[in-house]
Design a protein around this ligand. Structure first.
Ligand SMILES: [Cu+2]
Length: 241
């Protein structure tokens, strides 16, 4: 491909993922504000589905497994949704973050991680048996790496914003997600569905929530100097887009 075509392909990939084509710029944040809220499931939450363990029962079957694709708490809060400021152009610098992604009991812990572009994932094998780490990335190079029991750590740096599904070809029930954000303004919801994004430069932005089975949803948010603004999301299968 010519250089122009490569650049065009990168732009198309960026637009497809929903990030803007401009580069994020670091600048000192004066009188930043906070965005906080809850991501909830609208309606009656589905029952967690039991996952059948068919292999390496001694290690993988020690605890019962349930699908983590949609975890709804007692008050409707959704765990593992990712909230980002989609169109922020400037703000606090991106730090070289390292995030742990552990394979334990033949499950990923945690099920969803988020990190900024340029961050590193520490892929840990706590099980001492063979796993393989198979990524379906779009902007970053995909990989499919065996991680035998003796290989405790694989480190992978992710340079570009991306949304990456991770699976294991040895244990076909293992599923996880890596959300690589374009800025340091991102959060993963906790078990109650709460998130907080702080030190945001005052201004108006598009706040996006993503959940692996319910899709994405956006809200405009106006961040005032030194204040906290509350933005809640209600997601259902119907809000999927
Ligand atoms: Cu595995």
């Amino acid at each position: 491909m010519t250089r122009r075509l490569v650049a065009l392909a990168a732009l198309v990939a960026a637009l497809a993922f929903g990030v803007s084509a401009y580069a994020y710029q670091a600048e000192a944040v004066v009188d930043g504000g906070t965005i906080a809220g809850t991501v909830r499931y609208a309606g009656k939450p589905p029952k967690p589905e039991r996952v059948e363990i068919t292999k390496d029962i001694g290690v993988c079957g020690a605890e019962p497994h349930y699908s983590e694709a949609l975890i709804v708490g007692a008050d409707g809060g959704i765990k593992y949704a990712v909230v980002t400021l989609k169109d922020i152009e400037k703000g606090e610098p991106i730090k070289p973050v390292e995030v742990k992604f552990d394979q334990k009991g033949c499950e990923y812990h945690p099920h969803v991680i988020a990190l900024p572009a340029g961050g590193t994932v520490d892929i840990i094998n706590s099980d001492g048996i063979l796993h393989n780490v198979h990524t379906e990335s779009k902007a970053n190079p995909p990989f499919n790496l065996a991680q035998p029991g003796f290989k405790r750590l694989i480190r992978k740096k992710l340079d570009k914003p991306d949304l990456i599904e991770v699976s294991c070809d040895v244990h076909n029930w293992m599923r996880g997600w890596w959300y690589v954000a374009a800025s340091p303004y991102y959060a993963v919801t906790d078990a109650a569905g709460h998130y907080t994004i702080s030190n945001v430069p005052p201004g108006t932005y598009t706040l996006q929530v993503w959940q692996e089975t319910l899709g994405t949803r956006e809200r405009k948010v106006d961040v005032k100097p030194g204040k906290t603004v509350t933005v809640d999301f209600e997601l259902s299968a119907k809000t999927n887009k």
